[in-house]
Design a protein around this ligand. Structure first.
Ligand code: ATP
Length: 907
């Protein structure tokens, strides 16, 4: 068998599962210490990066053509057809031109948005633990090559196709490959030669999720050669650019098309039977209504706003995995957050150590291993306290963390809780590496939030075997039957230790108990049953993990924004309560996981209305809490990191996974990933989510009255039997030129300062709520009155039709220039320096648009195309005066809305 070829149709690829591990090593030319770094580099060149070739997204031509696949565009194309049929060549050329420009803008913007989302998705690369040159290293999973030895643990996503070498209780969810959702138990013995994919128990396939246990495996295939690579055309999905809001808008477009057709037909019928207009005029009016009522720029604006929003969120460390979450975030009413790392710094420092009846305090901060042990204020040497030495030795051995000094600073590799214990041992002068050589580890049970302890088995060279266990004190205490007391094992003093624990936890310290057990020399493996009784307690340590300063501010911000923050932690109730008090979460009451277990779903729903702190919770408790909150009509964002959190993350309206310390399983289950694991980033994302929705509303409230005003103007002209005040080509000019200038500026609207002072949006509230409908109608009426009124007035005074139309077009554009300022805030007044000058892009757009309008009015080629004529200065004055009315009228309307509704504090 050779591994040189990079082909998915490798004839022998199917038999790795049936080979013995020795044979696999031989074929892949690898050994127990893994590959050498140089060999790995060579293989990387030969096999390429371990990633799937991205799906060829829809070809550019098809994507361009798809831009025309929209009912509104069909209406425009039909309009072009009609104008061509009646030989209005300029009109049909302009309509076609607009359709084309629109398609081009859509094409470019969609490409950009897709690109931006892809880039954000690529921020979520994952790492693999690999053995190279005998050392365990974390490397990007992309750099794995065949022959690499990889470790897996619960929560990991399998990074490549692996033949398993050593397995401990490994279960893998391979549903993406086999469709079977029940996790499969794995082992290292060769599977049957003809076994189907789902029955190859000796393999872990790329992209499978490890739901339990640990294993080592050797990489047999990477990238497109993996099993998932073969079928991945199904999985290589391009991110969907759709959200509930976009669907609503698509629905709105269909509804609008129907309305336009009815209106055009009615106008046609009215003009034919009552107005007795010529067929040509009638066709032009119908076309005019169609092009007027269609908000050509809207779809592009919505896509741009969403893409900008998602990029802004990514810049603030919140990576959106599923686009609809952008909208849901804006209506979140409860954020359920983990404590450790999210609300706290996750930089643990041991401050207290209790052995016997002595409580030592430990000096120093962070992972710098310098600091004295003190007893009753006096320096203490561990040589005088053998129990303390025993505890520190156990803490260093039952541990997977490492502390290293680089560039003068001390760095942690591994779990902070364990890092704090290593630092503690180093402070006492113990050397963890030396201890591990003296007492090598033979087996271990890794820490899981589910059982809340970790155990390791060690053998020394003098013929002794020990098991060391550390974990949540209540858990450990229940497994201990004696304690170490002046060199002897004595019956455990339960009441004493509970008092000690409450006292330390009351100071906000996180607790950990450490115990041991002597084992028969012959034991080489540990099972849960071995750990759960007969232990000897060595002592309890308390470590501080201060709240993140920015989390305190963010919690306050949430409370002002009508969002309740709930802290759900695996920690002790007293610790949780003390930290919650520092963060100003809750009113002091704490509900424990055990208490939650006793409540029915209905009781839980009621009980949690007044409680914001949940301690010693299990992942199942989290799931029940989300469900109970949702049953109480809350929109829930829930954080999680472990594999067992996945159900709760999936269930929550917005599942939030930790990017740094979270497992791949948690990330897959989430809508959003926090790049910095920080609570403040969730709050920023909520803020952005609200802001995006507001900006979309603003764009819509700006664009629709323009279309409405234009359509009404034409309808009014038909009803009154007057000539059209604006021809279809002129309408298209106005629509396109304002879409690419004014409308776009609202997508860049900065987040309103008051946005986090409002209550969350009702998720059931339709986009075009009563208020928006009213505002659109109100402004449409102002626009039609001003435009049509000025047209009639000037025409009445003797202006030619061409001149009156030039006035109408300019008035309409001026109306929009004024109205775009109103649209910056939906309810609040913009009569303030910030309101008028807060968004510089608007002024720029107004400046550019003025240039366009001057060209439209005075430049001969434009005059030829659009039938415009020169205007004099007084006419400009008149137009500006009329157009400015919208600005004042809308501000007055806002004043009354604020007066009579509860939008006083709203934007
Ligand atoms: P949160 O759920 O808010 O992140 P947490 O980190 O305290 O809080 P868990 O990680 O479930 O929650 O830890 C629960 C308890 O398990 C801790 O209070 C501690 O006593 C114990 N514990 C934590 N990490 C370890 C570890 N690596 N080894 C042994 N015990 C641990």
């Amino acid at each position: 068998m050779t591994i040189g070829k990079k082909s998915s149709a490798k004839p022998d690829a199917a038999s790795w599962h049936a080979l013995s591990t020795d044979a696999v090593f031989q074929v892949l030319n690898s050994g127990a210490t893994g590959l050498a770094a140089q060999e790995a580099r060579r293989r990387l060149k030969q096999h390429g990066y371990n990633r799937l070739t991205p799906a060829a997204s829809t070809g550019p031509l098809k994507r361009f053509l798809l831009q025309f696949h929209n009912v509104l565009i069909y209406v425009l194309l039909a309009s072009a057809g009609i104008t061509a049929a009646i030989e209005h060549w300029v009109d049909s050329a302009v309509i076609l031109g607009v359709v084309l420009i629109n398609a081009l803008i859509g094409f470019i913007q969609e490409g950009k948005a897709e690109h931006a989302l892809n880039a954000i998705r690529n921020m979520l690369t994952y790492e693999a633990m690999v053995l190279r040159d005998g050392r365990h290293l974390k490397i990007p999973a992309e750099e794995l090559v065949p022959g690499d030895i990889v470790s897996l643990e619960s929560g990991d996503k399998v990074p490549a196709d692996l033949r398993l070498l050593q397995v401990k209780n490994l279960r893998a969810d391979e549903s993406m490959l086999t469709g079977e959702s029940v996790a499969v138990e794995k082992n290292a013995t060769p599977s049957e030669d003809h076994a189907a994919l789902g029955d190859r128990f000796s393999m872990a396939y790329s992209s499978a999720l490890i739901t339990y246990g640990t294993a080592h495996g050797i990489v047999v295939a990477t990238g497109d050669d993996t099993e998932i690579g073969r079928i991945s055309s199904l999985l290589r999905t391009v991110p969907q650019l759709t959200t509930p809001l976009l669907k609503q808008i698509a629905g709105f477009s269909r509804w609008l098309t129907a309305a336009i057709l009815v209106l055009a037909l009615a106008a046609f019928g009215y003009g034919w039977f009552i107005g007795h207009s010529s067929l040509q005029d009638l066709f032009m009016s119908a076309v005019g209504i169609a092009v007027a009522a269609i908000p050509e720029g809207l779809p592009a604006i919505v896509t741009i706003t969403l893409a900008i929003g998602v990029q802004r969120m990514a810049a603030r460390n919140a990576i959106i995995r599923r686009l609809p979450a952008v909208e849901t975030l804006g209506s979140v009413t409860v954020i359920c957050s983990d404590k450790t790392g999210t609300l706290t710094c996750n930089e643990m420092t041991v401050e207290s150590v209790c052995v016997n009846s002595d409580e030592f305090t430990v000096e120093g901060a962070g992972y710098d291993p310098h600091g004295d042990f003190k007893l009753a204020g006096l320096s203490a040497s561990i040589n005088d306290y053998p129990e303390l030495r025993e505890l520190l030795r156990a803490a260093a051995l039952c541990n997977n963390a490492r502390i290293e000094q680089a560039n003068g600073a001390w760095h942690l590799h591994g779990d902070p809780t364990e890092g704090a214990l290593i630092t503690l041992a180093l402070k006492a002068g113990l050397d963890p590496d030396l201890l591990n050589q003296e007492m090598p580890r033979t087996d271990s049970i890794p820490f899981e939030a589910e059982h809340r302890y970790m155990a390791t088995l060690h053998h020394d060279h003098l013929g002794h075997a020990f098991m060391f266990v550390k974990g949540a004190p209540e858990r450990i205490l229940a497994m201990c039957s004696q304690e170490r007391h002046h060199g002897e094992d004595e019956p455990i003093r339960g009441a004493h230790w509970h008092r000690v624990m409450d006292e330390i936890a009351g100071r906000g310290q996180r607790l950990l108990a450490i115990a041991f057990k002597t084992e028969p020399l012959t034991r080489s493996q540990i099972e849960f049953a071995d750990v759960e009784n007969g232990l000897t307690l060595l002592g309890v340590v308390g470590m501080i993990d201060p709240p993140r300063p920015e989390a305190i501010d963010s919690v306050r911000k949430c409370q002002k924004a009508g969002i309740r923050v709930k802290m759900i932690t695996g920690d002790h109730a007293a610790t949780a309560s003390a930290i919650a008090a520092q963060l100003h979460i809750g009113n002091g009451s704490v509900l424990s996981g055990a208490a939650i277990d006793l409540l029915s779903d209905d009781e839980l729903k009621v009980a949690i209305r007044d409680v914001d702190v949940f301690a010693r919770t299990s992942p199942e408790n989290k799931l029940r809490l989300v469900s109970a909150l949702q049953a109480d009509d809350q929109v829930v964002a829930m954080t999680g990191d472990g594999v067992n959190d996945a159900p709760a993350l999936k269930r929550a309206d917005v599942g939030v996974a930790m990017g740094k310390n979270g497992t791949e399983v948690a990330k897959e289950a989430s809508e959003m990933v926090l790049a910095d694991d920080n609570f403040a980033s969730i709050v920023h994302a909520v803020e952005e989510g609200r802001s995006i929705y507001e900006n979309l509303k603003k764009s819509i409230i700006f664009i629709l009255p323009t279309s409405g005003g234009e359509a009404l103007t034409i309808a009014a002209a038909i009803m009154t039997g007057k000539v059209l005040p604006i021809t279809p080509v002129q309408i298209l000019w106005v629509n396109m030129i304002t879409a690419v200038t004014l409308s776009l500026t609202l997508a860049f609207e900065p987040t309103e300062r008051r946005i986090m002072r409002r209550k969350p949006r009702d998720p059931h509230e339709p986009l075009l709520s009563g208020f928006l409908g009213w505002r659109i109608l109100f402004v449409s009426l102002i626009l039609v009155t001003g435009t049509f009124g000025l047209f009639l007035h000037q025409h009445g005074l003797g202006a030619s039709v061409a001149e009156a139309r030039t006035i109408a077009v300019n008035t309409l554009v001026l109306f929009e220039m004024f109205y775009v300022f109103n649209s910056r805030y939906l309810y609040q007044s913009v009569l303030s320096p910030r309101g008028l000058f807060g968004n510089g892009t608007i002024w720029f757009a107004v400046f550019v648009l003025t240039g366009f309008q001057l060209a439209y009015t005075y430049w001969p080629p434009m005059q030829a195309l659009f039938g415009s004529v020169d205007l004099d200065l007084p006419t400009w004055g008149l137009m500006i005066a009329v157009a400015s009315s919208v600005f004042f009228l809308v501000e007055i309307e806002k004043f009354f809305i604020r007066l009579f509704t509860d939008h006083k504090s709203n934007g």
